[in-house]
Write a protein that binds this ligand. Structure first.
Ligand code: ADP
Ligand code: MG
Length: 413
């Protein structure tokens, strides 16, 4: 990754004047240069002010918000966390806590992940053993607060990761309750790939004169991802999937389906043809989800069939392919999904399977990313009903198509 910082004398993280133990931790982690968002965000956050940071997925926002806290951490044995980091999914909570452990300047500086699905007692023990950074999902943090097992009275540093999601209507009431329990004065930081203007205005209610650092390009998808689609009939998707694997032999691949049941179906079929396959969706027990994510991160799992539970923020470096086996109804999810590949520096391939009647959905995605997605073909998989574009005059499929009607199901991943 090239950054403007490289040209400067000494360069790298030295410019940020971080503490020696933290510099050592960065060296152990193999972080040599700050990413652009880190170079822009960290110096501002180090002054103690409130900062909003927007940058694409995979650009190192986690370290951007962790390092300023870790830099000021002192071994003072204060009870209860001094930093509270809120993230929307269990997987992200675990990932942020792991990054905190990796960058920790001292073994006594501890981050504890707090999320639903894990045994309460176990979390309690961890919290009691000492916790400097509480990393939690809003629901579970509220749980602990109402049971009196977590106190925020020493919190001076609050982060909302994936802030666009945290401030949307699903989470906002919880977030507001939690923030009311965090004492003033405090430093509040928000990180996100994008923050639409209304959310940005809302965010300012929780912050004091925040500085807004926006490195997200207007175009929402990451440049180094090659995006293509196949037109394919619903009942031939699986055969096409096998063909694509034969052709590309992915290093690591996520196959996204819209529903949990479909994840299970594809998983069961794929297991008969390929090794190192796993399935991931919101109905699996949390301990299993953790193990699967770990296996995927370690490269033991090559093919992960999943719902959008892994669509956001999850970082696995080696992913070469993202297959939208079912394209998402919400174009924004498309961007989150394909952002799983092409992480820092690496190239990625995103392939979407489009049934002939999903032309409109594909067009909506193309409008959203402001780019045409390239059509591909593999011999034997041409469908004879061509894509329907609202702006073209291609006739709609005349015969009923075998398959699943997306709108019949309510979305639960
Ligand atoms: P984001 O939150 O912006 O999507 P992450 O914080 O998940 O991105 O970081 C993406 C990946 O980049 C992680 O694997 C992280 O360890 C790595 N990373 C972060 N900062 C650096 C850096 N300065 N140098 C090298 N790798 C980095
Ligand atoms: Mg992130």
């Amino acid at each position: 990754m090239t950054t403007a910082m490289m040209a400067e004398p000494r360069g790298g993280f030295h410019e940020l004047a971080l503490s020696p133990p933290l510099m050592e931790a960065l060296e152990r982690a193999g972080y040599r240069e700050p990413t652009p968002i880190q170079a822009a965000f960290i110096p501002e956050a180090l002054t103690g002010r409130d900062v909003i940071g927007q940058a694409q997925t995979g650009t190192g926002k986690t370290a951007a918000f962790l390092l300023p806290f870790l830099n000021q951490w002192r071994d003072e044995n204060r009870p209860g966390p001094q930093a509270l980091i809120l993230a929307p999914t269990r997987e992200l909570v675990v990932q942020v806590a792991e990054e905190a452990a990796k960058l920790s300047p001292h073994s006594r500086c501890r981050a504890v992940p707090i999320y639903g699905g894990q045994r309460f007692r176990q979390q309690l023990t961890q919290l009691q053993r000492g916790c400097n950074i509480a990393v939690g999902s809003p629901g579970r943090v509220l749980d602990h607060l109402s049971r009196g097992t977590l106190s925020l009275q020493n919190v001076r540093y609050v982060v909302l990761d994936e802030a666009d999601r945290m401030l949307d209507i699903g989470f906002r009431p919880d977030i507001e309750k939690i923030l009311r329990r965090c004492p003033q004065p405090r430093q509040t930081l928000l990180l996100s790939a994008t923050l639409p203007p209304p959310v940005l205005r809302l965010a300012q209610r929780y912050m004091v004169e925040p500085l807004n650092i926006n490195l997200s390009p207007a175009k929402v998808t990451v440049e180094n991802i090659r995006q293509t689609y196949f037109t394919v009939d619903e009942d031939r998707k699986f055969d096409l999937l096998l063909k694509v694997f034969e052709r590309d032999e992915p290093r690591q691949c996520i196959i996204f389906c819209e529903r949990k049941r479909w994840v299970e179906d594809v998983y069961r079929m794929l297991r008969k043809h390929r090794q190192r396959v796993a399935a991931m969706h919101g109905d699996l027990p949390q301990s299993l989800r953790n193990r699967i994510m770990q296996g995927f991160r370690d490269g033991k799992i090559v093919y992960l069939v999943a719902t959008d539970v892994v669509g956001r923020g999850i970082d696995v470096k080696n992913i070469s392919h993202v297959i939208n086996y079912d394209i998402p109804i919400d174009p924004e999810n498309y961007v989150h999904r394909i952002g799983r590949t092409g992480r820092i520096g690496a190239d990625g391939i995103a392939i979407a399977f489009i049934t002939p009647e999903q032309g409109d959905q594909l067009t909506a995605i193309e409008h959203y990313i402001n780019k045409q997605i390239e059509c591909e073909e593999i011999s034997g998989f041409q469908t004879y009903r061509t894509r329907v574009r609202p702006d073209g005059d291609t006739p709609r499929a005349s015969q009923p198509v075998f398959g699943r009607s997306i709108k019949r199901y309510s979305k639960r991943v």
